[in-house]
Design a protein around this ligand. Structure first.
Ligand SMILES: Nc1ncnc2c1ncn2[C@@H]1O[C@H](COP(=O)(O)OP(=O)(O)OP(=O)(O)O)[C@@H](O)[C@H]1O
Length: 468
């Protein structure tokens, strides 16, 4: 979408002109380098002469990778449209709706020609800015992130789908009250991660957080790990005895992962901690007192375990005061791209690279079901970054990954082929079928309301609609 606009040249008073001219270069640099909006400047030959750091948020490239390059040299597919030629031809400001493919953003960009004394274009200055969210403000890792006035998790927890946001809302309710929380979800959906995030925001944040996976430790060891033991409790034990995790977490939070694996006798001891704030260490005969918040997680169906008499219903109801079920990644497709971009950024920082996804790779990633959920996605992105020899991550590496995971038969002939039309149609269909709202479609796929309306006209109603 393109629009022509007019911007009146501002005439300053001679005094103000004089003031501007004496401003030190250092100060001017500070201003443009710290501006939140993107500032992107081409000279009259289309060569990039300046890019401020903010623009990285939109197209994912370091200023150093762009400055000195001609517009045409900058890889297509990173953002579109390229409006330089049109500004030069029309000699007036042009507003475009730019799609930034790497970061999956759609933003209005204002492209303004600056004329020299002979009336010739000297520079084209483009600026763009999106809606501000706290996640965006953390784009400079070297600086402290902006402090938010409320206690929500959105600064550090990635995910914007409705189902996931509903989970966060429930968890946020547990921030200022000392209720037990039960987190359910498939492996890798982020149960441990959310339990720790909850602790860091909770009233107990200045006290310890301990986590233990009940499935990973044999039952006899698990009891002493959790409750500790007194001196001489059993042969081979430390003669001084040992403090367990429950005591170590005193005042703080203990996270019991895979709680469904806990034996019935240990379930009874945990229930006593919850109800009476007390426990007896292994080999002991006196109660110890403790104040610990228990957060638990499982990917098992606890109600089913209760029916099978493998899980105590009184413990279930005690833990279940706030229950959060994290949906698997395949049911919150809208979060896959967000998370993939987040992990790409983290790995670029870790390995000092500037790798990028192109449109097709983004589609492949969001189309896949990720049975291992966020853990699998995180590992796959790291692997792509490490294995890729090019700046744009190669599609073949993703297919190779899927083949190794046994997800697609070997051989290039088996590849599913995609084209941009199919991708757009599928995406619009999927999101619109789910939300039945053009506003929601615009929000989820990151386009303007008018573009969303055009997409609905074209792909849902099958009517003619102008291309963007
Ligand atoms: N919303 C999120 N934003 C960013 N990273 C996340 C998010 N959720 C999970 N992760 C990351 O994904 C990985 C897997 O998460 P986690 O270990 O919490 O999953 P889990 O559900 O506890 O898995 P399991 O049931 O196998 O123990 C971790 O590295 C975690 O940091």
């Amino acid at each position: 979408m393109r629009n022509l606009i007019t911007i009146d040249k501002i005439e300053h008073t001679p005094e103000y002109e004089a003031y501007l001219r004496q401003l030190p270069q250092e100060l001017l640099l500070k201003i443009v380098e710290n501006a939140f909006a993107e500032i992107f400047v081409n000279d009259k030959d289309g060569r990039v002469v300046y890019v401020n750091p903010s623009s990285m948020r939109y197209h994912g490239l370091q200023p150093e990778e762009l400055v000195g390059k001609a517009s045409g040299e900058i890889k297509r597919g990173i953002w579109e449209p390229h409006s330089f030629a049109e500004v030069m031809e029309k000699k007036c400001p042009i507003v475009t709706e730019n799609m930034y493919y790497i970061t999956h953003k759609s933003l209005m960009s204002v492209n303004i020609p600056v004329f020299d004394a002979d009336g010739e274009i000297e520079l084209v200055i483009s600026t763009a800015m999106d809606y501000v969210t706290r996640t965006d403000l953390s784009y400079r890792t070297s600086e402290k992130s902006i402090v938010s006035s409320d206690s929500d998790f959105s600064d550090e927890v990635i995910g914007s789908g409705e189902a996931f946001k509903a989970c966060l809302k429930k968890l946020e309710k547990a921030v200022n009250v000392d209720l037990n929380v039960l987190i359910l979800g498939e492996s890798g959906t982020g149960k441990s991660f959310l339990a720790e995030t909850l602790h860091r925001h909770s009233l107990r944040r200045n006290k310890p957080f301990f986590a233990i996976n009940c499935a990973a430790i044999p039952e006899n060891l698990l009891e002493s790990e959790l409750f500790g033991y007194v001196p001489g409790a059993f042969t081979g034990a430390d003669p001084k005895g040992r403090t367990g995790l429950i005591k170590n977490a005193d005042g703080g939070t203990l996270f019991l992962d895979e709680i469904g694996e806990l034996s019935l006798p240990l379930q009874a001891k945990i229930l006593d901690v919850l109800e009476n704030k007390r426990y007896i260490p292994v080999g002991g005969n006196a109660f110890q007192h403790v104040d610990v918040r228990i957060t638990a997680a499982t990917n098992q169906n606890l109600i089913e375990l209760i029916k099978q008499k493998k899980f105590r219903s009184d413990l279930y109801w005690r833990l279940n005061i706030i229950k959060v079920t994290i949906p698997p990644l395949r049911e919150r497709k809208e979060d896959i791209i967000l998370l993939a971009n987040y992990f790409l950024k983290k790995n670029n920082q870790k390995y000092g690279t500037s790798k990028l996804f192109d449109k097709k790779m983004m589609y492949l990633i969001s189309d896949y079901d990720w049975p291992g959920n966020i853990r699998q996605l995180k590992n796959a992105i790291e692997r792509l970054v490490v294995y890729s020899e090019h700046m744009i991550l190669e599609e073949e590496l993703f297919w190779e990954y899927l083949r190794e995971e046994g997800e697609v038969p070997a051989g290039p002939a088996q590849k599913k082929t995609y084209n941009l039309e199919e991708i757009k149609r599928d995406l619009v269909n999927e999101v619109y079928t789910k939300y039945k709202s053009s506003r929601k479609l615009a929000e989820v796929i990151g386009v303007s309301q008018s573009t969303a309306n055009r997409l609905i006209q074209k792909y849902i109603r099958g009517e003619d609609a102008p291309d963007d």
